[in-house]
Structures are given as structure tokens and as C-alpha cells.
Write a protein that binds this ligand. Structure first.
Ligand SMILES: [Zn+2]
Length: 399
């Protein structure tokens, strides 16, 4: 079966995860895809494939034991941002560079999405305008399943032992929660997840969550002079003292930010919720210091109030691992160069499952899949790029 045929089969299955669910996996529908993938692996002759008690799929394909075993990972769930599954994806056999009318209301245009400009002549798959496509990350799954099929059908071709894993709940930050390095049993691994076919990611943010809790002094406004401390006003002052340009809408690349995600307040109490992000952990810690500085300023100004800060580390930049051992990046770079593909290295402005997996002891950078505009109705996949990634991974398994 062709990669795009697998892709269309998988995206028709709804696998939306749910951030408000505490069950494992967060939604039952993800298990339908897990079961289908295990069945497909069995029918290919990969009899060791199984769905574990947490909803992860594992399988191994024997190979040349003198080569390092390579893990390939993709996630089965789709973003809770929009419904996926149960729709008819549309194949555009050769993109002409013009607007793509998704339905009467929505148009996918190269004016809004410049990535389309270098897709002319490529085969694309788009949505019906009402669903997300789910190429994040069923493009990754389709490529991995095609790799398995290829090497099973060509037993004469020598290759590294292949270890595969499909995870649930990546989109709700729980993708690596039940991932087992032991079950995967690989030397190095790669997540195949989103973005341009030649993109390699081995840097992500250092991430903290920070909460400012302000206790004010509440009294009848008629007799408040010199006594009342309105916690919400202090909260407002706190935010106004933070650096104006260190916010998501004014930063890019390696620049870090403080992002105010929520304010809850009245006179008595005000809570400010932030996420702190920076690729450089020392700079992230500097950003946190600024919060403590403002805290002490305002605490002096309003001695009868009480201002507290709580900080929690969320995840770390996997680069600190790759600075010591670059071999996983070297391997994938070598595979691309062999195919005359020049890799790009994009620092991720977020986190990845690969980062957590790397810190579990299995180095796991990410590579692109040819999927664009993920998490919404404008998502599309470039089928030609999926084949390029297939070729890159095929080559990677030769080392
Ligand atoms: Zn993804």
C-alpha cells in the first residue's frame, strides 16, 4: 500500500485527545487506531507487535546486529483544538500554486500560508475545511508503517534493527508519560513529527510555570483610605513592571519569553499565571529572577499585602544531552546528505516528547514529515515530502 493510502486510512479515524481527561489514554478512540496498527503489523508478519496497557504500540523488526538499533516514534492522537477523523480528505494530484477552496467558507491560500509557494507540482492532501487533517502525526505513522512494510518485503536488504513505538496523548503533554525505554530497547530513536521534510530538531525550550499569588487588604471602599490594598491592582502593577518585549508575540528563534496565561482576581486576592520559556536555562533563570525582584519592590510598597511566587520546572532543553553526544544528529545528517538533501536545524519553540525521552536515557531528536499548518482546518500534507522522509529513514537504517 502506498504511503498516502495508509495516510488516508489513518486520518479517517478520530483520535482526538482530551486535556481534561485523567484516564489513560485520555480518550478511548485512540485505541481504535492502536488496534488497527497492531493488526496491520501482524498481517505484515511482525508478530511481536502489541498494544500495551497504557495504549502504546510497540514492535520490533530484526536486522543486522552489528548495527545500532534505531527507534522510530510517532504519536497517534490529534490536537483537541479541532475535530478530526470521520471526514473525506481531498487529494490534489499536482498543486498549481493557486488558492485551494476547502469549502464555501474556507480557502487555503499561499498568500496566508507561504509554505505553499514551494509546493507547486507536488501532490497534496487537504481537509474539508471543517476538520483538522491529522497529519500531525499520522504522516509520521504512515512513513514508519511504510518503512516496516518495505523492509519486510525486502528481506534481502541489510538494515539496522528497527524498533517502533506509537504513543497516545502527545498533544495534551502526556505522550511520554508511559513510554518505556526498556520496551523500546533501541540505541537511539527519532520522533517523526510535523514540519518540513529536511528539518531536524534537537533543541527545545527550557520550560517553567510560575504563579504569583497576591493577598490584598479588603475593606468597605467608603472607609478604605490608607488601608485598602486592592490585590487586582497590585497584580496589574506587577504585570506592568515586567519587560514589555519579552512576550510570545514579540519574540522568535532563540528568544525567550514570559507568557501571562491567566489572571484571576478580586480585591482580596489576585493570581497571575505565567509560563517562562528560554532555550538557555541560565536566561530562563534570569527571567525568573526578575519576577522575584518585582515581588520585593511591590512587597515594600504594599507592606500589608502578601505576595508569593511559586515556580515549577516543566521540561528541559534536550540540547544539553546532544552537546555531549551528537551521534544521533550526525547519523540523520549523513542520511540526508547521501540523498543530496541539505538539512535545516530549527530550535523548537515549545517542548517535544523526544526531549522527555532523551532525558529518560534514549537520545531522541525530531525529524519533519511534510505536514504543515497543524492543529487546524488549514492543515495539509505534502505527499512528495512524505516520500522524501521515507527515503531518508530508509537510508538512516543502513548505518
Ligand atoms: Zn505532533
Amino acid at each position: 500500500m502506498k504511503i498516502e493510502e495508509k495516510f488516508i486510512r489513518y486520518v479517517k479515524i478520530d483520535t482526538k485527545s482530551d486535556e481534561n481527561s485523567s484516564s489513560t489514554p485520555s480518550t478511548k478512540c485512540q485505541l481504535s487506531l492502536g488496534k488497527l496498527l497492531v493488526e496491520e503489523l501482524h498481517s505484515l508478519g511482525v508478530n511481536n507487535a502489541y498494544l500495551d496497557e497504557f495504549g502504546l504500540v510497540y514492535a520490533q523488526i530484526d536486522g543486522d546486529k552489528t548495527k545500532d538499533s534505531i527507534g522510530l516514534i510517532a504519536h497517534m492522537d490529534t490536537s483537541p483544538d479541532l475535530d478530526g477523523g470521520n471526514f473525506e480528505p481531498r487529494v490534489i494530484p499536482s498543486y498549481d500554486g493557486k488558492d485551494i477552496k476547502l469549502n464555501d467558507q474556507y480557502t487555503l491560500s499561499p498568500k496566508d500560508f507561504p509554505s505553499l509557494k514551494d509546493k507547486i507540482g507536488h501532490k497534496l492532501i487537504v481537509t474539508d475545511g471543517n476538520h483538522l487533517l491529522g497529519g500531525d502525526d499520522k504522516a509520521g505513522i504512515s512513513i514508519i508503517m511504510s518503512i516496516v512494510e518495505y523492509y519486510i518485503k525486502h528481506p534481502e536488504i541489510n538494515h539496522a534493527p528497527i524498533k517502533i513505538c506509537f504513543t497516545p496523548d502527545e498533544e495534551v503533554g502526556r505522550g511520554s508519560e508511559n513510554f518505556s525505554v526498556k520496551k523500546m530497547d533501541a540505541k537511539i530513536a527519532y520522533t517523526l513529527d510535523g514540519g518540513k521534510y529536511n528539518d531536524i530538531n534537537y533543541e527545545n525550550f527550557n520550560a517553567y510555570s510560575l504563579e504569583v499569588d497576591i493577598q490584598g487588604v479588603s475593606i468597605h471602599p467608603g472607609s478604605a483610605k490608607g488601608i485598602m490594598v486592592n490585590a487586582s491592582l497590585v497584580g496589574n502593577e506587577f504585570v506592568s513592571l515586567l519587560p514589555k518585549d519579552k512576550i510570545p508575540s514579540k519574540t522568535e528563534g532563540y528568544e525567550g519569553f514570559n507568557h501571562l496565561t491567566d489572571i484571576v482576581g478580586n480585591v482580596e486576592e489576585c493570581k497571575l499565571y505565567f509560563i517562562i520559556r528560554n532555550h538557555d536555562d541560565n536566561l530562563a533563570k534570569e527571567q525568573i529572577k526578575e519576577f522575584y525582584h518585582i515581588q520585593s519592590l511591590l512587597q515594600k510598597k504594599y507592606p500589608t499585602s502578601k505576595i508569593e511566587i511559586k515556580v515549577k520546572e516543566s521540561y528541559k532543553n534536550m540540547r544539553s544531552y546532544f552537546d555531549k553526544d551528537f551521534s544521533a544528529i550526525e547519523k540523520i545528517t549523513k542520511a540526508m546528505k547521501k540523498l543530496s538533501i541539505e538539512p535545516t536545524f530549527t530550535p523548537i519553540r515549545g517542548g517535544t516528547d523526544g526531549a522527555s525521552i532523551t532525558f529518560m536515557g534514549l537520545p531522541c531528536p525530531n525529524i519533519g514529515t511534510g505536514d504543515y499548518n497543524c492543529h487546524g482546518r488549514y492543515e495539509y500534507v505534502d505527499v512528495d515530502e512524505m516520500y522524501l522522509v521515507f527515503n531518508i529513514v530508509k537510508e538512516l537504517l543502513q548505518y
